[in-house]
Design a protein. Structure first.
Length: 279
């Protein structure tokens, strides 16, 4: 089965600045480049990927976009699209889009879980996210579970923009009560212009890696709420390696879904990605 990984990070510390890595020593090694990703993905059935921005320093955002476009042009890169970093709260947003625009640019992301909650509530921010819809570009939502209502508010304000919620909305899978997460996710899923990415949850699991038992509540809830036409698969490498391996994550997901038919799995692992990210 063809698998498109819609959430692949690449880290090039010799060329770009990642301030947040100061708090994540395990990701500071220079071993998260494209060749390292290929090595990690080779036994997972992953045939191609979408690059997801890595929250570089704001001044390096155009440089990151140029670097990944260059890497994507290499033979057998497997990179089908780019979700670039952005700051919709700045007045220069439209000119920034012009600067980084290429055929590979499919969407933008502003990591909101590290920003004040009111950032996404500003009219300039929302106006610029609406601009993405006008340009046929999507917006990835990266939120904590307690911020999902902010995502719903933003989605309502930008009805013509395609949103992709990352990481199942980041539920705590260590044994916490998931009721509030489910309720907030249900409200968000009512809006047709949002889909959900089954990604990123290994780091929310108990130490030792993402077992099928640990991830099942998140995976099954997301599929129930969004349906098979509105879910995507994302590896979230190398962040997933903070609690296991990419292979362990994929194997556990396969175990949860082992009774599902091929048509549904094809939607999750490739067809929806092709449609939603316009690959």
């Amino acid at each position: 089965m063809n698998r498109i990984d819609t959430h692949q990070h690449l880290i090039y510390p010799d060329q770009l600045s990642y301030d947040w890595l100061a708090e994540v020593p395990a990701l500071q090694a220079d071993e998260f480049r494209l060749e390292h990703y290929h090595e990690a993905a080779k036994d997972c059935g992953i045939t191609s990927s979408v690059f997801m921005e890595v929250d570089v320093a704001a001044e390096h955002q155009p440089r990151e976009a140029r670097l990944i476009n260059k890497l994507a042009a290499e033979p057998n890169s497997g990179i089908l699209g780019i979700v670039a970093s952005c700051r919709p709260e700045v007045t220069e947003f439209a000119s920034y889009l012009d600067l980084i625009e290429t055929p590979l640019l499919k969407g933008l992301r502003r990591v909101l879980h590290v920003a004040p909650d009111d950032v996404s509530e500003g009219e300039l921010f929302r106006s610029n996210v609406r601009l993405l819809g006008e340009r046929n570009l999507s917006f990835d939502l990266c939120l904590r579970a307690d911020q999902l209502t902010l995502g719903t508010s933003l989605i309502q304000a930008c009805p013509d923009t395609q949103f992709i919620l990352d990481h199942c909305g980041n539920p705590d899978l260590t044994g916490s009560d998931l009721t509030q997460w489910k309720n907030d996710l249900s409200d968000l899923a009512q809006h047709d212009n949002v889909v959900c990415k089954i990604s990123g949850i290994p780091v929310n699991c108990p130490e030792g890696g993402p077992t099928a038992e640990a991830i099942r509540p998140a995976v099954e809830t997301v599929i129930e709420l969004f349906g098979w036409d509105r879910v995507l698969f994302g590896g979230d490498w190398p962040v997933c390696t903070l609690n296991g391996t990419l292979k362990q994550w994929v194997d556990s997901l396969d175990e949860v879904l082992r009774h599902e038919d091929e048509n549904k799995l094809n939607k999750l692992f490739s067809e929806n990605a092709q449609r939603i990210y316009r690959l």
